[in-house]
Structure formats: structure tokens, C-alpha cells
Design a protein around this ligand. Sequence first.
Ligand SMILES: Cc1cc2nc3c(=O)[nH]c(=O)nc-3n(C[C@H](O)[C@H](O)[C@H](O)COP(=O)(O)OP(=O)(O)OC[C@H]3O[C@@H](n4cnc5c(N)ncnc54)[C@H](O)[C@@H]3O)c2cc1C
Length: 433
Amino acid sequence: MALVEREEALGGTCLNHGCIPTKALLHAAHLLRVVRSAGKIGITASGVELDWERLQRWKDGVVRRLSQGVRFLCERNGVEIIGGIARFAGANRVRVEGADLELEADAVVVATGSVPAELRGLEFDGERVISSREALSLPRRPGRLLIVGGGYVGMELGTFFASVGTEVVVVELLERILPGIDPELVSHLARALPPGLDVRTGSRVIGLERVRGGIVARLRGPDGGEFRVEAELALITVGRRPNTAGLGLEGLGVARDERGFIRVNERFETSVPGVYAVGDVAPGPMLAHKAHWEGKAVAEAICGRPPGERPPVPAVAFTSPEVATVGLSEPEARERGYGVVIGRFPFTASGRALTLDDTRGLVKVVAEKRSRRILGVGIVGPRASELIGQASLALHRGMTLEEFGGAIRPHPTLSEALGEAAEVPLGGAIHVL
Ligand SMILES: Cc1cc2nc3c(=O)[nH]c(=O)nc-3n(C[C@H](O)[C@H](O)[C@H](O)COP(=O)(O)OP(=O)(O)OC[C@H]3O[C@@H](n4cnc5c(N)ncnc54)[C@H](O)[C@@H]3O)c2cc1C
């Protein structure tokens, strides 16, 4: 088995330019916020400062260690790692530019990921108009930053930069940040964003000028009025698109959908037998755990195992507070015609949240009224990213409110909020009226 990778470091976007570096930086931002706000519980620290270079070095060290781990695992599992750019020379032949090689295989898996989407007039130049990749390794902290796009990536990076002292303006075209997430959850987040994070929804950039020392953007607000934002940098986070350019898929006849994703069947095989596609390049949410699940599933499919159904894919915005969801939101469930019951449990009623001095947000459980089967769970609040795993399991196993709510959870933990939220529609929750 051979793996072709064009970058020096293994691990792809998630490990090198996505999930891991963002979460490392967000952890630093969290520590800063905690230390600076601990006065009320009797901890005062003076001279708390952020050493930008040291933070970058630490973050790079985390990334390097994980990437080396991936290389070690590949080598130990007999994977030949070939550095270079892969391009199809036939259905079962791949030419590797940079290694001067042509490989032949019974099965070829395309897992080339995605690239940041560009906006006309706001094309990346890597210096003043940048993507998330550059934003994760800036040589110094910008004083003022314009972020175009209030989705997961924009809001996470906005949270980081605002928490470390940058003045951030996030511009979102739609009327809400985190489009696609239950508006009720988003409203909790919007109320609790860190200071220094100015979110302008319903607004669009209509012009951008590169000036000495930065950029000046002209924007149109929801009322049609124009306003200007001056910043050192413009970070464009308006989504990502599947990375299929230059792979030679057209010549091969590999079918793609209208958004450019490679079409696959339930075995992840494309329209060309023997060619498979998984991860961001294939339809579905562009998330690392979805890619991971598909990577395992395609390996099993190639080995002849019958395909299994993909469990629901959770999604997390590592903002402050965090937002995490799995399954259907309340609006989605109603749109699909379900009669629903809802259980809500606010973190203000959680003993553990109080001891953590963070009672922002709530757990919201959506269940089918008749069967009481859980359809979806949304959490906004402390450690939502860790809590949502329980809900994933509940949906994966098709649990009812009784089954999910009935488990004993340790006290005092935030996880109790999940059980109580599930028990609300049953009349069994005792910490809320
Ligand atoms: C800032 C940011 C934060 C994110 N945070 C999260 C998060 O918290 N949680 C989460 O689940 N997801 C997150 N994501 C999304 C996640 O990174 C992707 O969903 C995931 O990396 C997709 O995995 P993949 O294997 O499909 O593609 P990738 O990880 O992009 O890997 C594709 C690999 O293919 C290589 N490649 C491409 N073309 C060629 C070629 N022709 N020849 C050789 N090699 C090639 C690339 O160099 C790359 O290494 C984040 C993304 C970004 C940008």
C-alpha cells in the first residue's frame, strides 16, 4: 500500500492547518480569559501577558509531534510514503510528480481534502488578504482584524484573536452567525461572545483596498447603509471547496456533483470502478471525524466487507462558549414533519457549571413525540465539545428519552445536564421546574 502526499508533514489539513492548531491556540485563549477573570473567586494575577512567539512554538510542537506519530503509525503498518503530487494517468494508474514515479493499484482512494473558497475581489495574497492557514501562523498578533464569514472557522479564529487582545470585526452575509445551527443555540452564543469580537450580520463586503499597513474594506449593512472597516488583515473564511483541481478526474470520467464533490456510492466507489473518494472531497460535512470514519469504511469496502450505515456526524464550534450538535435541530425536525417534544436544561441549574464559574448556555434535546426516540441534541456551554459524544452514542444506538435520561451520570458533572434535559419531556427532571 502506498500513500502519496504533496506536503512534507503528514496529517493533512486537520492536523497541520486546521483542527489541531486552532484548538491549541483556543486553549491558550481560554487560559488567558480564565486567569484574567478569576478575581471574583480570589485569584489575582498581575503581569499576565501573552508571548506570541512562544505560543506559536508550542502550537507548532503539538502539531509536529502528532504528525510524526502519523508517520510512525504508517511506517509500522507497512504503508509506503511517497512525497509528491499525485495525478491520474489511468483508472488504476497514478503518476507522482516530484518523485518521477508511476504507481499501479487495484484500488485508488482520492482523499485530497478541500481548499479555502475565494471571494471575487477579495482574492488571497497571503499577506493582507489571508486564509485560515496563514492566520494560524502569523508572525505577530494583529491589532485589528477583519474576518469575512461567520461560520465555524471564522468564529473560532475570531474568538481566539479577540481573546488575545486583537480588535476583531466578523462580517457575516446571513442574518446569523454559524448558519445551519439551531438559532436558539446561536442566540446563546451571540450573547456571550468575548469582548473585542464585533459581529456584523446581514452585511457584505462591497470593496476592499490594500493600503499601507493594512486594508480598508467598504461594507453594506442590513439596512443598506455603508460602513468602513480598517484593519491590518482581512481573513476570508467563507467556506471550503473540494480539492479536485489537477487530479486528472475529467479525463477519467469521474462524476462530480453540482458543488464539485466527487460522487460516490455506499462503498465510496466513484463512477469509475476501482477509484474511490472519501473525506472533504466526497459529499457530506467537511469534518475530520467524518473523514476518519470514511477512511476506515473505504478500507473495509475495498477488502470486500458489506457497507454499514454512517452514524450521525456531530459538529462542534470551539467558540466561547462552545456549541455542539448532533442529529436534527428542532427546526430541521419540524421541517421534516416530525411531531417533536423538546427538553431544555440550562447550565445555570447545574452545580458543576457553577463550580466552574461558567453557567452560560443550555442542553437541548429534540425527540419524536410518539416514539420518544431522540432525533437530535444541541449544546451550548462549557465543554460542549466533550459532552456531545454521549449524545452521538444515543443517536447511533437509536435511544429513547427514557434510555438516555435513565443512565446514572457522576455528580457533580456537566454530563448530568444531558440526562436532565432528556427527562424534562418525561416530567422526570428534578433540577428544573
Ligand atoms: C481552520 C480549520 C479548522 C478546522 N477545525 C476542525 C475541527 O475542529 N474539527 C473537525 O472535525 N474538522 C475541522 N476542520 C476540517 C478538517 O480539517 C477537514 O474536514 C479534514 O482535514 C478533512 O480530511 P481529508 O483527509 O478529507 O483532507 P485533508 O486533511 O485536507 O487531507 C488532504 C491531503 O491531501 C494532500 N493532497 C491534496 N492533493 C494532493 C495531490 N494531488 N497529491 C498529493 N497529495 C495531495 C494534501 O496536502 C493534504 O495533506 C477544520 C478545517 C480548518 C481549515
